[in-house]
Each structure stands twice: as C-alpha cells, then as structure tokens.
Design a protein around this ligand. Structure first.
Ligand code: B12
Length: 220
C-alpha cells in the first residue's frame, strides 16, 4: 500500500494526471479505500505544493498541473465519495469577464485556482452583459460573484452589474469580488464590491476570507 500512496504523491508533485489516475485505480483494486487515498496521498501532497508555491520554490503552471492531477484522482474516487464529507465543495463561485472585454487569461487562471482550492466554479466566459450575470445568479445562487476586467474602459461595468443586482434585490446575500489590471482597493470601495485580488492567490485568499474558509482543497 505504501508504495502506491508514494507513487500517487510523486505523480501529484510531477503534475502527471495520467499516472495519478492509473495509480488511484490500482490502489482501489488492491483494496486501499478512497478515504485513505485522499487523507494519505492527496491532502498532504497538495498542502505541500501550496506551501512550496508560497515560498517561491515552484510557479503557477506547476501548481495548475498538480491540481489537474489531483482532479484526475478525484474523478476516479468521486463515485465512491458521494455523500461523504470529503466530496463537499467549499462553495460556489460564478465568474466572468465583463461586457466589452475579451481578456480571459487571468480570469481562467483565477477560475482554475479556485477549483484547485475546492470551489465549484461556473464560468460565464468573456464579454458577459449585466443581464447574463443576473440570470446566472438567479440560476446558480452562488456564494460569490467574481468579475474580471482588464481595460480602463470596461471596469465601469463592475458598477453597472452591481447596480443591476441591487435593482433586482440580489445584492444583499452575495459576495462580490473583482480583479484585473486597473483594479485598486479604492475602486473596490467606490463601487461597493466586497474585495479584490491582485493575482490567483489574492483571489483565493479573498474568497476564503469572505466565506470564512481555510485555504486548501479539503477545508470545507
Ligand atoms: C493578452 C492581451 C490581449 C489579448 C487577450 C487574449 C485573451 N484571451 O485574454 C488580446 C489580443 C485579445 C487583447 C486585446 C486588447 N487589448 Co489587451 N492585453 C493583453 C496583455 C498583453 C496580457 C493580459 C494577460 O493575459 N495578462 C496575464 C494574466 C495572467 O494577468 P491578468 O489578466 O492581469 O490576471 C491576473 C490578475 O489581474 C488577477 N485577476 C484577473 N481577473 C481577476 C478576477 C478576479 C475576481 C480576481 C480576484 C483577480 C483577477 O489574477 C490574474 C492572475 O494572476 C495585456 C498587457 C499586460 N501586460 O497585462 C494587454 C492589455 C490589457 N490590453 C490592452 C488593450 C488596450 C487591448 C485592446 C483595446 C487593444 C486594441 N487596440 O485592440 C484590445 C481590447 C479587446 C477587448 N475588447 O477586450 C491594454 C489595456 C490598457 C488599459 N488600461 O485599458 C493592456 C494593458 C496593454 C497595454 N499596455 O496597453 N489583449
């Protein structure tokens, strides 16, 4: 058993999704139960990867590869985890790039990182008009609305969306976080959002802070 657990750990560190998936399947066939795989292989290794990133020893692409590998393992384990504490998500985030703005590289990184931290994310894509944000809030009832804008000409859309949410009576129980090049704390205060993040880790920090969650995939 220890050999397989070690192989899964190493596969996570290498970001090798195929290997992690195969070894997870093998572990199950050998009778290692899903909770042991999660508690001994996935959780400690992902914690270690997070610490290495914060210490500046590894970079975002490596974290995203490891996160992908962890999802490959969870894909195998998921049917066995239904109803279990470990299958719960930390919360639901609806994310999108605002109307008139086509930049999505940063938004996609934030989306993937939040998923890597244990959130369910509904991504509405780019050039999202206020009405589509409203429809998504009504449909998914998220804990957090996350909006991205990279242009000084489009960050004004944050305010329009917030106004529309207030008009629809949807603002009160919703946390709103924004981000993108021109966004500052002063601007966040001016438009009445709940917070912003300068990068993916700022995004994870603010969402965890607003929802009272700890950092890490399994900290539900
Ligand atoms: C790539 C790029 C493009 C690509 C976008 C491709 C794509 N699929 O995204 C294309 C070619 C389409 C493009 C087009 C344009 N672009 Co452009 N583009 C860029 C560029 C070079 C990189 C942006 C990027 O991806 N950065 C990398 C990511 C990882 O960083 P990020 O986006 O900042 O995201 C991080 C944070 O901001 C934060 N974050 C982002 N979103 C969110 C959301 C939340 C909720 C949180 C918490 C955090 C968060 O976390 C992210 C990860 O760390 C920038 C220059 C630059 N150095 O930023 C110009 C730039 C943004 N573009 C600019 C301009 C002017 C344009 C155009 C108007 C050019 C033109 N004349 O056609 C068009 C506008 C098109 C449109 N309507 O949107 C200007 C904006 C100036 C301004 N302040 O308004 C910039 C700054 C270039 C410049 N110096 O002039 N662009």
């Amino acid at each position: 058993m220890d050999v397989l657990i070690k192989e899964i750990q190493e596969g996570l560190i290498d970001g090798n999704a195929e290997l992690v998936k195969n070894k997870t399947e093998k572990a199950l066939l050998e009778g290692i139960n899903s909770e042991i795989i999660i508690k001994k292989a996935l959780i400690p290794t992902m914690d270690k990867i997070g610490k290495e990133f914060r210490a500046g020893n590894i970079y975002i692409p490596e974290v995203l590869m490891s996160s992908r590998a962890m999802h490959a393992s969870l894909y195998v384990l998921k049917p066995l985890l239904i109803e279990s504490e470990l299958s719960k998500k930390k919360g639901l985030v609806v994310i999108g790039t605002v109307a008139g703005d086509l930049h999505d590289i940063g938004k996609n990184m934030v989306s993937m990182s939040l998923q890597g931290d244990g959130y369910e994310v509904v991504d509405l894509g780019i050039d999202v008009p206020a009405d589509d944000f409203i429809s998504a809030i009504l449909r998914y009832k998220p804990d957090v609305l996350a909006m991205s804008a990279l242009l000084t000409t489009t960050i004004g859309e944050f305010k329009n969306v917030i106004k529309a949410l207030i008009n629809e009576g949807l603002r009160e129980n919703l946390n709103i976080v924004v981000g993108g090049g021109p966004v500052t704390q002063d601007y966040v205060d001016e438009i009445g959002a709940n917070g912003f993040g300068k990068d993916v880790f700022g995004a994870i920090d603010i969402v965890n802070e607003l929802l009272g969650k700890k950092e890490g995939y399994f900290n539900v």
